[in-house]
Ligand binder design. Structure first.
Ligand SMILES: *[C@@H]1O[C@H](CO)[C@@H](O)[C@H](O)[C@H]1NC(C)=O
Ligand SMILES: *[C@@H]1O[C@H](CO)[C@@H](O)[C@H](O)[C@H]1NC(C)=O
Ligand SMILES: *[C@@H]1O[C@H](CO)[C@@H](O)[C@H](O)[C@H]1NC(C)=O
Ligand SMILES: *[C@@H]1O[C@H](CO)[C@@H](O)[C@H](O)[C@H]1NC(C)=O
Ligand SMILES: CC(=O)N[C@H]1CO[C@H](CO)[C@@H](O)[C@@H]1O
Length: 323
């Protein structure tokens, strides 16, 4: 339930375009710090915002991208750690003050962070190919690295010179892990804004169709007993009822087709729903008596048209193939 409502909030935010960088980062960091108390909300926000503004990158458009950005920040953090540690070990002044044990620990940390860099590169590759489990394993390994690095100083009561940075690094990895879990809740594998919108348009069409089904049921209920003579309209209303019930199922199926990336089937099903609206509008009611469902038919037709249009625009393959 939580997952679903999070997904809905996510989609609605995307649709209203309120999901700019700022909101997505705040919303996701709030979620992340609630989810994992080790993640400080302020750190999460500032790490992501600083990176986004300093690198003049495109605004983060989706949760999927957010996890990627987080992995990338962590990787560059690990790279800095590697050179920081090697600097500490090289600098004669600093080196003198260090105990042999601390130096040994620092060398270990150097190795741990060096491995982390490649682990996070693997994690990014896995994440990009939507292999979320592998990404999770790799990031967890990177997280272990900083814990191991920090803990060994304490084993002999030495003070770690890396405490603060180990802590940041740990949080960054935890953030990536939470963001990856959140991105699991998005069923569309390449969830771009347009695809979220296409889903919303289909959901609106579905709501429209089901509302109309109950409208027709009410109309039928009102006429059945005392307006027996109005048989024609009644018969046609029953036809429309059937047409609309089928249409509602078609929309449900087309959402399923869309989520499993069968865009051709999505298109066929949604076109069928548009035909259903026309069928209900054109048939049965004589020229003089206008259909009681004119507005409903028009609404459904329009919504499906919009949905189709967005589906079209959000799927590159279809866009390329069409004339
Ligand atoms: C790691 O990233 C965090 C957040 O951006 C930053 O505060 C910290 O200084 C970085 N550490 C290193 C060693 O670059
Ligand atoms: C590591 O390097 C970064 C930037 O080069 C610096 O901000 C940070 O304080 C350094 N940390 C340590 C422990 O030397
Ligand atoms: C269909 O949806 C449109 C747009 O959301 C709305 O304005 C209209 O009232 C709905 N019509 C019905 C019959 O539910
Ligand atoms: C039809 O009307 C009867 C009473 O007139 C009511 O009990 C019933 O719930 C109505 N059915 C629908 C589908 O509106
Ligand atoms: C605290 C909180 O809201 N956590 C949610 C963050 O997002 C994930 C994925 O949607 C949910 O499962 C959590 O419940």
């Amino acid at each position: 339930m939580l997952k679903l409502s999070f997904l809905l909030i996510f989609l609605v935010l995307q649709a209203t375009n309120a999901l700019d960088d700022h909101n997505l980062i705040h919303l996701s960091c709030r979620n992340a710090s609630n989810d994992d108390p080790n993640i400080a909300y302020n750190f999460c926000v500032s790490a992501l915002e600083t990176t986004c503004s300093s690198q003049q990158r495109q605004p983060i458009a989706s949760l999927e991208e957010l996890a990627a950005v987080s992995i990338e920040i962590t990787r560059s953090n690990a790279t800095t750690m590697v050179s920081n540690i090697s600097n500490i070990l090289k600098e004669k002044k600093k080196k003198k003050k260090l105990s042999e044990y601390t130096k040994a620990c620092l060398k270990d940390c150097f190795d741990l962070y060096s491995n982390s860099v490649s682990e996070l590169e693997d994690a990014m590759g896995a994440y990009r190919s939507r292999d979320l489990d592998t990404a999770n394993v790799k990031i967890s390994a990177a997280l272990d690295a900083c814990v191991t690095c920090e803990d060994q100083f304490g084993d002999r009561g030495e003070k770690s010179p890396l405490t603060e940075d180990n802590g940041y690094y740990s949080m960054l990895n935890s953030m990536s892990l939470v963001f990856i879990e959140m991105s699991r809740a998005i069923p569309v594998s390449h969830s771009a804004n347009l695809q979220g919108l296409a889903l919303i348009a289909m959901e609106l069409a579905l709501e429209n169709a089901t509302t109309t089904v109950s409208t027709i049921e009410k109309l039928l209920n009102g006429t059945s007993s005392d307006e027996e003579e109005d048989g024609n309209d009644d018969g046609w209303l029953r036809e429309c009822l059937e047409v609309y019930s089928d249409a509602a199922w078609s929309i449900v199926n087309s959402v399923g087709a869309f989520l499993s990336e069968d865009y051709e089937m999505t298109r066929v099903l949604m076109s069928g729903v548009m035909e259903a609206a026309s069928t209900c509008q054109e048939g049965g009611f004589g020229e003089e008596s206008s259909s009681p469902l004119t507005k409903q038919n028009y609404d459904l037709f329009q919504l499906c048209g919009i949905a189709l249009c967005i589906v079209h625009a959000s799927t590159p393959a279809i866009r390329l193939n069409s004339p």
